[in-house]
Design a protein around this ligand. Sequence first.
Ligand code: PAF
Length: 279
Amino acid sequence: MNLIHTVAELQGSLQQKREEGKSIGFVPTMGALHPGHIELVKQCVAENDVSVVSIFVNPTQFNNPEDLLKYPRTLEADSKLLQEAGVDIVFAPSVEEIYPEPDTRQFDFGDLETVMEGQFRPGHFNGVAQVVSRLFDVVKPDRAYFGEKDFQQLAIIRQLVKQLGLNIRIIPHPIVREPDGLALSSRNTRLTPEQRKNAVAISQTLRKNQKEQNRQPVSELKKKVTAEINAVPELQVEYFDIVDGHTLQSITNWSDTNYPVGCIAVYAGDVRLIDNIRF
Ligand code: PAF
């Protein structure tokens, strides 16, 4: 495995592989890797001749400076995990490598970006689009892998690829969960033991209410799920919406879509967790 820090070195190395006709798979990450990332990475390794994983904590996607500061940085442990997973190249650039000039591009994803995460984290998806488009430009992968936990991000990335006319296949990977159901996230390490115990209520409540589809109106089910989670100590729902999985717009009636997805953001103390479930 090769650990590369500069764009020039990465491009040199990948150019050669491309000329040899090798396919390139790419997993962009912000590090602090957990088994969910590693599943994604293993899929990438299995499906491509060359696999590249980037580790870059992207400042432009953090609308909360505190969150950026607190984001765990664990390059050494991450590199070890990636080596074991069979990755060929780890790309861990500095901020200056990714943004030699400030990135002032403004993307327009229409209604996809104004709801849910976009509503509560203004500017977040613009930052994600800036870094992912830059990384795509540098790596030029054939396939890129994204987890379904960040359901809205996945929709935005698909749209980005369409808008920029890129020939990259976006491959989604199902949410990876702890045995008790909590969706894996780098933020889980920040939970106190008590919060960790309580946080299981997020996925359990979603799962328990999955069978309520068509039994009660969408608006009632949204209220019910929110109230059940808010009743758990230290948990506070920021939003819970049931949307059309393609457009991400709220549905009013179950018959509005054949792809209803419940998306939720919950604070456990000061740790913000997201999850989603297909109804
Ligand atoms: O999902 C993430 O970890 C990040 O948003 C990504 C896609 C690596 C961009 O910084």
